[in-house]
Design a protein around this ligand. Sequence first.
Ligand code: BGC
Length: 380
Amino acid sequence: TTYNIGVCIYKFDDNFMTLYRQELESYFKSLETDTVKYNVTIVDGKGDMAEQTNQVDTFLAQGVDALIVNLVQSSSAATITEKCKSADVPVVYINREPAAEDMAAWDKICYVGADARQSGTYQGEIVRDLPNKGDANGDGVVSYVMIMGDPENVDAQYRTEFSIKALTDAGIQVEELFNQRGDWDQARGQELAATALSQFGDKIDVIFCNNDAMALGAAQAIEAAGRVVGENIYLLGVDALDECVEMVNAGTMTGTVLNDHVGQSHAAVDAAIKYINGELIGSAADAEGPVQPEHPHAVVPVAGRDDAEERLGALRLGQGAARFPHQGADAAVIALFRLGNGTVMGQHLEAIQPQRRLKGGKIPAEKPPEHRKIRHGKME
Ligand code: BGC
């Protein structure tokens, strides 16, 4: 049997989504057998929602078996779901999270992504743990520049909010000097950092970027302005692109946080295959289990680790997890717990391994369960 899978990426020209889509493709390939083939077509939305909607229409007209969609605009989820529901083609949304009410629209949709609150918090904690707590110029206040992704994405909102919250929670005084959208883009990151540096100069202690691409741009602007990361300014990103991991190790970037495109793409593929095999995911799958949620977003209580592990199987994520033991089951179990006081939220499956923090500084030997950290490119 050959299954046809349509994959819609919001834009090919994005460092992180490029790694993600390459991994999607090769993981599908790796799952092929003598009798089961996956014919995967990946299309470029070019950052244009109208274009992406057309691409979905085309896939549906061709009769694909499942779709994996990285929305250009998360707010268009309802429209896309409606089309797919009419055609009875299940959808795995990735990377850009639709609103909760949109996720309740049909039982053959799910979302795979990481928790951006965590990546934001890790960014802030890296700064908090610096000897001077991020106050590079020693004036008693951590004055920062925030370079955001696309503010329509909750990931951009959460990373922004939680990076700063980690500082204020630690009693650190902060001041926002500049906050602008860089749309996840390196060139925009460079432009914005250059503007901020010329406007605020030595007042800037920290430049937070919602992703590594923009941090790469900011690093160029920092160098051009004659500033030195680690000496008189700090620079943070998210993703742990290879290039940035090297920079962290070399000290030219203060830190980044792993955004695991491998784990995420595998979870997305596994989910699509479940749908193709006629299985449901999340609360929809749970409906036959011991707890019967009344509606798709019912909260299912988890009694403890074992129960969570069992549920994990029921939630159809066990397999993917088991194949990738170093980033799988534990993390997914933790993710279940993370969704509020040991509860699992219906279709909203964020059961992705926790992001790991990466920084040049010291890492405690003891590893608490939900924090797996990387230092000098190695996982602990
Ligand atoms: C990544 C960014 C990427 C964005 C695309 C985020 O999770 O950190 O690098 O540009 O997703 O939506």
